[in-house]
Design a binder for this molecule. Structure first.
Ligand code: GLN
Length: 473
């Protein structure tokens, strides 16, 4: 059996455990596929030089009778998640030559479990964007239509999975960066509860929003990958303790739909697919009802204050002195200016400026302070909704994949892409995007995503409901 015919981690696991395929054959299949397709798609910034060695090691462990969910499973990792001894550039000129000095907790867990790490995937620079076009190393293309974006910022990870160039991948989600590219590429994407996957070794964008999560072919795979990387970590002060009670499976579910919010600017045919998804849930015995979430329409504006504020603080460390790109200026101050000017792309600079502005004295109360109040209101509003429903459903994006270049000169239209995804990050709750249906653009069938949000630590609810949509259960 050829490695790249395998369609899920679950299937690969069974084949590896019964010896029907070796980790080496599986890995070779993916390397071949990458060679064949990635010249066009550009999902990877680097394919590692030791993939076959990792696979051979996995085969040895398998031969010795070792079992493990990820032993021999080929995965891709977003380029802002550190792997010791490997370049980690966050798709920025600033870190083009930076080598990670330690493993992120997520990568360490995967390495330990014997996963085969194929390479690091392309992304929007420092995870800022919704299209993977802000990468300093060129855009990634959507495998469903190479004239279109894969979404972002984890566009490389999504395209690698959708293009059959990795069995699954890790991404990061600050305002939608796992779910949005998952939706536009037709794969499953989970943004876990804030703090449930350690941020140790994830390059910080918005520290109160960031989380690592899986992009996979099936919901069951997202569940498996999430289990492999989650857990308390003393290296992350905001990490959720392992003894916190999680929401468990129920016999009957109620899903709420914030209809009034959806009527704002969603493509008609995409909304129809979403309605079909709701019908599928109903057919599976789920009760679907309308809910009011009056503050959620302020989530996007709130996010675009909080996130840049945190970005401006987090990216201050790239000063061209301690690490990262250095450009000589006339004096020390000029060194900073020159280094940061040359190292950061336009979008990153825009956000640093915006963040510095909203945090500056005199404007702090008007912008950052207000945004923090809005964050509280949205959180309370959503918590109230969860008193009567188990999950909230929304499309993942207002439209399918757009054309490369279509939105690059209009940042606001790019930000609007995030309208349905940012609230989960603002509140810290988990959200899942599953591919559900397609819409046609320029005679191409483009996938769209159905998004479910659950209360904190409610991932199980998302998996159970998600599987009903993907016909996995
Ligand atoms: N598209 C959003 C932004 O540009 C989300 C990014 C992310 O989740 N990393 O901020």
């Amino acid at each position: 059996m050829a490695g790249s015919d395998v369609t899920s981690i679950q299937e690969a696991r069974a084949l590896l455990d019964t010896g029907k395929i070796s980790a080496t054959e599986l890995a070779q299949g993916y390397l071949d596929r990458i060679k064949e397709k990635d010249g066009t798609i550009h999902a990877y910034l680097e394919v590692f030089d030791d993939v076959m060695k990792q696979a051979k090691d996995a085969d040895k462990r398998l031969a010795s009778g070792e079992k493990g969910a990820f032993l021999g499973i080929p995965l891709a990792i977003k380029d802002n998640i550190l792997i010791q001894g490997r370049t980690a550039s966050a798709a920025s000129r600033m870190l083009e030559n930076y080598t990670a000095t330690y493993d992120s907790t997520a990568a360490a867990k995967l390495k330990e479990s014997g996963a085969v790490l194929l390479g690091r995937t392309n992304m929007d620079e420092f995870a800022m964007g919704s299209s993977t076009e802000t990468s300093a190393f060129g855009a990634t293309k959507n495998p469903h239509d190479t004239e279109r974006v894969p979404g972002g910022s984890s566009g490389g990870s999504a395209a690698a999975v959708a293009g059959d160039m990795a069995l699954a991948a890790l991404g990061s989600d600050t305002g939608g960066s796992i779910r949005q590219p998952a939706a536009l590429c037709g794969v499953v994407g989970l943004k876990p509860t804030y703090g449930s996957v350690s941020r140790h070794g994830l390059m910080a964008m918005g520290s109160s929003l960031d989380v690592i999560g899986p992009l996979t072919r099936t919901v069951a795979d997202a569940e498996t990958l999430f289990s492999a990387v989650r857990g308390h970590d003393r290296m992350d002060a905001t990490s959720v303790p392992d003894d916190r009670e999680r929401i468990t499976r129920k016999a009957k579910y109620t899903v709420g739909v914030p209809r009034a919010f959806l009527e704002k600017g969603v493509d008609k045919d995409l909304l129809e697919e979403f309605e079909r998804g709701l019908d599928t849930l109903t057919a599976h015995g789920v009760h679907v009802q309308d809910i009011k979430l009056s503050t959620i329409e302020h989530a996007l504006a709130t996010y675009y204050i909080i996130m840049p504020a945190e970005v401006s603080a987090n990216l201050a460390r790239f000063d061209g002195v301690r690490y990262g790109l250095h450009v000589d200026g006339r004096d020390r101050k000029d060194d900073y200016r020159e280094s940061r000017g040359a190292g950061f792309g336009r979008e990153v600079r825009r956000r640093i400026l915006l963040g510095t502005y909203v945090l500056s004295s005199g404007y702090y109360d008007a912008y950052y302070g207000k945004a923090m109040q809005a964050r509280d209101r949205i959180r309370r509003d959503v918590r109230t909704a969860f008193e009567s429903v188990d999950a909230i459903a929304m499309p993942t994006t207002p439209a399918p994949a757009f054309k490369i270049g279509e939105k690059t000169s209009d940042p606001l239209s790019m930000y609007l892409e995030d309208i349905f995804t940012v609230s989960a990050n603002i509140i810290g709750i988990p959200a899942l995007s599953v591919p559900y249906g397609t819409v046609t653009r320029d005679s191409k069938e483009l996938p769209v995503g159905f998004q479910l949000l659950a209360p904190e630590l409610g991932e199980e609810t998302l998996f159970t409901l998600g599987k009903k949509l993907t016909a996995e259960g």
